[in-house]
Design a protein around this ligand. Sequence first.
Ligand code: HEM
Ligand SMILES: [Cu+2]
Length: 492
Amino acid sequence: MTEQINYSEQENKLASLGIKAYLITSMLVFSLMMLAGVTMRAAQGTFIEIGADLFYQVMTVHGAGMVGTAGLGGTAVLWYFLRKYINLSSKVLWVNFVIFLIGVVLILGSIFVGKFAGAWTFLYPLPAKSMGVWSVESAAVFMLGLLLIGTGFLILYLDIGIKLIKKYGNLGNALGLPVVFGMKPVDPDHPTTVVAATMVLIVNFIGIAAGAVVLVLCLFNLYQPDYELDPLLIKNLIYFFGHVFINATIYSAVTAVYELLPKYTGRPWKVSKPFYYAWAAASLMVMAVYPHHLLMDFVMPPWLLVIGQILSYCSGIPVLAVTAYGALMIVYRSGIKWDLCSSMLLLSMFGWAGGVIPAIIDATVTVNKVMHNTMWVPGHFHFYLVLGLLPMIIGFCSYLAANSQPSKAGAIGKLAFATYFVGAMGLILTFLASGADSVPRRWAVHLPEWQYLSQLGAIAGSMVLIGFLIFTLQNLARLPKAKIQDVQITDK
Ligand code: HEM
Ligand SMILES: [Cu+2]
């Protein structure tokens, strides 16, 4: 039994409004950014002509917008469930939201007014050396926007960290390390969400802190170009931050699977030894594998690249395995009721697992020599983002919108699901096929022989957008009225 946390009426109201604000913002921004994605694929396929400058602006806004919003949406899921177990502050939830919005305004301004187009990865020294395409000020505003967004998340994590330590004594206990080291037996009442939250807190705090350091260094360099930075060090810090941040979005949102699938099947999802091992291992590995982004950098110390390659084979696997296995076991012969939420949650298992396969292939040095910077890379990450992460968030949204009840999947909902799924597979396969064909990524203009894949990708991407818009419209209509008092613990 988990004891109940008694939140005040006002706390609950603020939390409920906050979760809705996060989710509605996420759905709207995701839709807009999908439009940006379709625009890029359409431009590469010569359906439309937008010019290289605008293409790279769109690519920058799509990358930064999607990654930031993935963070926002994933956090909403994690925070909602975590609040049942530890006393979280709704004010801090709102502080993060307001800071996020200010960051978004800065980033949009830098891109569409200031013409910044150096990609969300702001790789040094590109932002400083635009050859006159954008000004130093635009680059600075973009980085300031990212820095602000990171700061907001750090504040939110601080609240989570303090409350976890308050309740469990230290983060090791919250993560279940005493069980991992054989010092304590498994406590079946220890919530899965707490384990996931602790892992996310540890890795993302370190990741964002690294991001903040590198952003400050780059900002300084923009105005003091004589203060030269070590490009290799900066690249390491940026990819450490980027890799950890985007991975943490999935590790946050997966709590929807742990918390909601049991509601559908009446079978509880309890922690177990493999569960603890997996999350403890992932806490270390997700941070240690980032060198797989630098396999082409021959100046990197070889041992780091070896770690990057070998750990990449293992990194995602443990948590994915316990989660996918757990999900299948919970669903198998349970007589589960299929609605949008449960279908999306199961789909997310497929998308996550599927996306890992091309990722592992690419993390092999000999393959990476050929595949690096080809469309293979967007192929793998769109796989687990569009079919893994987003379904977790959509599923969670529709669960709340249906007032925390399983809801009937209407004909329109089913059609939207099919459109989204088929479109996503098309989008991903055309990316992967382009990659297998050695089509480079991040190119505004494609050779004629590559264009048919871009065109198919644009059509498939439009289907994803249409399916997603239907989910969004349905949720936008129902979410504001949703009661989410269920936020309070009702442990049966
Ligand atoms: C309708 C759905 C989508 C479409 C059509 C789409 C399309 C694209 C295209 C065409 C690119 C550039 C590929 C290139 O390098 O030439 C791209 C990059 C990217 N996309 Fe998407 N995308 C979609 C959804 C998403 C989602 C849901 C996310 C994340 C949650 C996402 C995250 C990214 C990221 C991080 C990049 C890398 C940007 C860069 O290289 O700087 N995309 N996408
Ligand atoms: Cu990575």
